[in-house]
Design a protein around this ligand. Structure first.
Ligand code: ATP
Ligand code: MG
Ligand code: ZN
Length: 254
């Protein structure tokens, strides 16, 4: 708070209110703002997305189908945050191609939940696995449990770019244990991925990059994170499929 002490509460975080001739104490707005700042600082949101919000999520002007598709997605994500934590499912899964705004929307949602007082934590999938892996000591014993613990326990976990790594038994077990724990305890998880899934209407075939004129199968979400984690993800998350829109990074680079 420093030298600019709140004029409403004198810096105590409580203000005295009079109602029906009685006086009582009420939490001052500055205490909420202070908590939001504190929670945002600890949420580990990458600097690129620090200001991501629904307000600065723009809809394409030139393509009406893309515009409508993206507007629908925006409504779904807003609906999720509005109903949180009382929605039908505690989590949100955004699936779609690169540059369609998944991470932007996921962070925007997380920041709103943080502003409402929930503790949130952003983890890039690869980075989380790396941190957990490096927390084993040379003898293979688990020593620093911080990253793993917080992925399990934080009130709202944002797991960005789920499945963006070839699977090993170890990654499958690790991601499975995190998702299973959070699912069993109904702990909210917001996740993004660009891996296709047949049940989310994803396109499973693509033109081969090595064999001209041939098509090949794309790696699916289940193949990367395992069938069990994928099943739980669908159980605990509202699944939102991003529409076919031009990669925003390319749209703005022109
Ligand atoms: N509709 C939009 N309005 C404003 N900014 C956007 C929009 N879509 C994307 N962006 C911005 O473009 C960049 C790329 O978007 P983002 O990272 O959300 O894509 P993504 O779908 O997560 O891609 P990837 O699959 O590669 O992770 C970000 O800086 C994001 O803030
Ligand atoms: Mg992303
Ligand atoms: Zn105050």
């Amino acid at each position: 708070m420093g030298s600019n002490v709140c004029p409403k509460c004198g810096g105590t975080g409580w203000k005295i209110i009079e109602r029906h001739g009685l006086s009582g104490a009420e939490r001052c707005d500055c205490a909420f703002e202070e908590r939001t700042r504190y929670l945002e600082e600890r949420a580990n949101i990458p600097i690129n997305y620090a200001k991501a919000s629904f307000d600065n999520f723009s809809l394409p002007q030139d393509n009406q189908i893309a515009r409508r598709g993206l507007a629908d997605v925006l409504l779904l994500v807003k609906g999720y945050t509005r109903e949180f934590p009382n929605g039908d499912k505690p989590g949100l899964l955004l699936i779609g191609d690169p540059g369609t705004g998944k991470t932007h929307l996921a962070v925007a949602a997380l920041r709103i939940l943080i502003a409402r007082g929930f503790e949130g934590l952003f983890f890039d999938y690869l980075n989380l696995l790396d941190r957990i892996r490096s927390s084993y000591n040379e003898a293979g014993q688990y020593c620093d449990k911080e990253a793993y613990r917080s992925a399990l326990e934080v009130e709202v976990l944002l797991l960005d770019d789920l499945g963006s790594q070839r699977i090993t038994d170890w990654t499958e077990d690790t991601i499975n244990s995190i998702i299973t724990y959070r699912c069993n305890h109904r702990k909210p998880l917001i996740a993004t991925t660009n891996l296709p899934d047949p049940d989310a209407g994803g396109v499973l075939m693509e033109r081969s990059s090595s064999l001209p004129g041939k098509v090949e199968y794309r790696t699916t979400l289940a193949e990367r994170i395992g069938a069990r984690a994928r099943s739980r993800l669908f159980e605990m998350c509202r699944v939102v499929r991003m529409p076919q829109v031009q990669d925003y990074r390319i749209r703005t680079a022109r």
